[in-house]
Ligand binder design. Structure first.
Ligand code: FAS
Ligand code: PHB
Length: 389
């Protein structure tokens, strides 16, 4: 088989890149390890930066997002019953949109099916080769049969556990990692969200987040020990703990109900440098991971996709390698800024097992400074709504 760009991974990164490349006549093949149903059943990110929204519109996939997405002009931070609303609109003139990654992926799959572009599911044993040759090679198996694709470029969009990153020789890779000593226990419930905006809550008992998917679908999280097993958490136990961490007025009006999904996700910060190797370009979780506290995972994948799409469009239209040569530096500059913000939000809002009473006082002082300083609020809002690409 032959294509211009072979995309490894049929998650949001790979599908969005494929759709953008289609708009400029560049053909792609997407290789996905899982079944389409498996990919579409995942429940992950919930908040889209303006940049992500604009890319979906540029890719011609924005209609349902615009119709059903919920605009949020701010968010609430709380420290016990102390509350602070960060007014994105007043501080930055911008906003975020609540529209789940599950819906984004549905829309991208529908668009790709609509253009009839090939997406091969349940592929195995993907191997990437000849990255230093005029044509790269991607070998894989599907239904027990061996296949080979020759292509101009390979986009490694296969997430943290994919094969793309480790195709870069280990002696050439620099990996930076921070593993957090807790996880997030998340539930989805068919109940009205407790507030019209998100609530990021720190409390004596630890972090909680009140998010949502639509007016009758709530997405809630609490920080939990890494040793916890989701089977040990009954719905009642979750609701009781969640209520104890959010502000008391919110706890009083909270509508509880049965969980339709419940899982524990570990938290880590991770960056791989470089993000390219010959004809291979890493995007999204294949290259970096953030703790979800700042809602930056999916949104940082978007800026990678923007830089790589622009570079490939320039290559195919003007025969210039300038964008491709600059990809690593450009992508990593923004990746590290979103890493910093995600790390900072996580430190501001979580309890760390080794935290001293001094650390807790500094955390409270950080919150008090935010409450008293509009410039500090503007810095938080500017990062949350999305740094420029
Ligand atoms: P993805 O991991 O989504 O997609 C990679 C795709 O590659 C997958 O479909 C995988 O099956 C496929 N693949 C892997 N290996 C392959 C191989 N060898 N061959 C072919 N295909 C292969 N971000 C937020 O902003 N907010 C959140 O609340 C949030 N919650 C999250 C919860 C969980 C449990 C996880 C794991 C992540 C969460 N994230 C969150 C981050 C998440 O949204 C990612 O940033 C986003 O999925 C990145 O998209 P991709 O880069 O496409 O990677
Ligand atoms: C979510 O809705 O899943 C969500 C929202 C904001 C975050 C993390 C997760 O920071």
């Amino acid at each position: 088989m032959r294509t211009q760009v072979c995309i490894i991974g049929g998650g949001p990164s790979g599908l969005l890149l494929g759709q953008l490349l289609h708009t400029v006549g560049v053909d792609t093949i997407v290789l996905e390890r899982q079944s389409k149903d498996h990919v579409l059943s995942r429940i992950r990110a919930g908040v889209l930066e303006r940049g992500f929204q604009n890319l979906m519109i540029q890719a011609g996939v924005g209609d349902r997002m615009i119709a059903e997405g919920i605009i949020h002009d701010g968010t609430l931070l709380s420290n016990g019953d102390e509350k602070l609303r960060i007014d994105f609109k007043a501080l930055t003139g911008s906003h975020v949109m609540v529209y789940g990654q599950t819906e984004v992926t549905h829309d991208l799959y529908a668009a790709r099916d609509n253009i009839g572009a090939p997406t091969l599911h349940q592929v195995e044993h993907v191997e990437i080769d000849n990255l230093d040759q005029p044509q790269a090679t991607v070998r894989f198996q599907q239904n027990g049969e061996q296949h080979e694709i020759t292509c101009d470029y390979v986009a490694g969009c296969d997430g943290f556990h994919g094969v793309s990153r480790t195709t870069i020789p280990v002696e050439k890779r620099r990996e930076f990692e921070k593993v957090y000593p807790f996880g997030w226990l998340g539930i989805l419930s068919e109940t009205p969200p407790v507030d019209h905006e998100l609530i990021y809550a720190n409390s004596e008992r630890g972090f909680a987040l009140a998010s949502m998917r639509n007016p009758n679908l709530s997405r809630y999280y609490i920080q939990c020990p890494l040793s916890d097993d989701v089977k040990d958490w009954s719905d009642d136990a979750f609701w009781s703990e969640f209520k104890s961490r959010i502000p008391s007025d919110a706890a009083e009006r909270l509508v509880t109900g049965p969980s339709i999904e419940k899982s524990i996700a570990p938290l880590r910060s991770f960056v791989c440098e470089p993000m390219s190797w010959g004809r291979l370009f890493l995007c999204g979780d294949a290259a970096h991971i953030v703790p979800p506290t700042g809602a930056k995972g999916l949104n940082t994948a978007a800026s990678d996709i923007h830089y790589l799409f622009e570079a490939l469009a320039e290559k195919y239209s003007e025969r210039s390698d300038a964008g491709l040569n600059a990809y690593c530096e450009k992508a990593l500059a923004r990746v590290w800024k979103t890493q910093r913000f995600s790390w900072w939000m996580t430190n501001l809002l979580h309890h760390f097992p080794d935290q001293t009473s001094f650390d807790r006082r500094v955390q409270s002082a950080e919150f008090a400074f935010l409450q008293s300083n509009e410039d500090a609020q503007r810095a938080l809002a500017t990062n949350y709504v999305g740094l420029p690409y």
